[in-house]
Design a protein around this ligand. Sequence first.
Ligand SMILES: Nc1ncnc2c1ncn2[C@@H]1O[C@H](COP(=O)(O)OP(=O)(O)OP(=O)(O)O)[C@@H](O)[C@H]1O
Length: 248
Amino acid sequence: MTTLLETEGLTKRFEGVTAVDDVNLGVTEGTLKSIIGPNGAGKTTLFNLLSGGLEPTAGQVRLGAEDITGLPPEQITRKGLARSFQITNIFDELSVLDNVRIAVQAREWGGWNFLQHVASKAEYREQATDLLERVDLLEFRDTEAGTLSHGDKRALELALVLALDPVILLLDEPFAGMSQFEIEELRDLLDDVANEYTIVLVEHNIDVVMSVSDAVAVLENGSVIADAAPDDIRDDPRVQQAYLGESK
Ligand SMILES: Nc1ncnc2c1ncn2[C@@H]1O[C@H](COP(=O)(O)OP(=O)(O)OP(=O)(O)O)[C@@H](O)[C@H]1O
């Protein structure tokens, strides 16, 4: 099986803190890998190193055979690694459909700066409609995006990421702040999307992680202390001590 995304010796030091410490991770094509760990373990920092938001102090990030270390986020996105933008990327006053249409068009134009011409292009509209169907939001196509429920905004956000036509998706705590009902809906959607895409999920919700992941990497103090199938992670005493025990 092909490793699509890989880090080697990835390290990020802030003043006095090694947030990510010599991390070697691989994400196999077609799988969903979750990254978990207690507060301050380095998950967000790792996520930002993978997606280009931060430059590492040392080490490498590879997408396929290509070294993408230190590239700016837009370039990394263009190479096929798309990260979720945590709702802030949604245009509240625009309709749900227009939000996705702009994202599709941004991809075609190679970036987010080319928002003109959005009104007329039938093919963008068609692609956007397909994506809304994909994330079960078609019934809300004409709704103002800002009025969607929290859960539906997450689904819209997923459509925006898919609009970039990625080879790999990085999702940063998509389940945060959701009701149980919304969690279950988004989990089903994620499960479905995971059949088609390679996904990296940073997530606090252990139940979700255990049910959707093919593999789980556990960070503690910036280091990977375990990286295995969910069942093995559940049974790993170091993980129980570092993380799972904490949430009980
Ligand atoms: N910009 C920064 N400057 C200095 N220290 C930082 C910076 N960003 C993160 N850190 C430190 O790096 C460590 C890892 O933080 P990070 O936010 O990556 O952890 P996390 O696992 O995402 O935590 P959480 O689950 O609370 O979001 C922490 O000790 C944090 O205080």
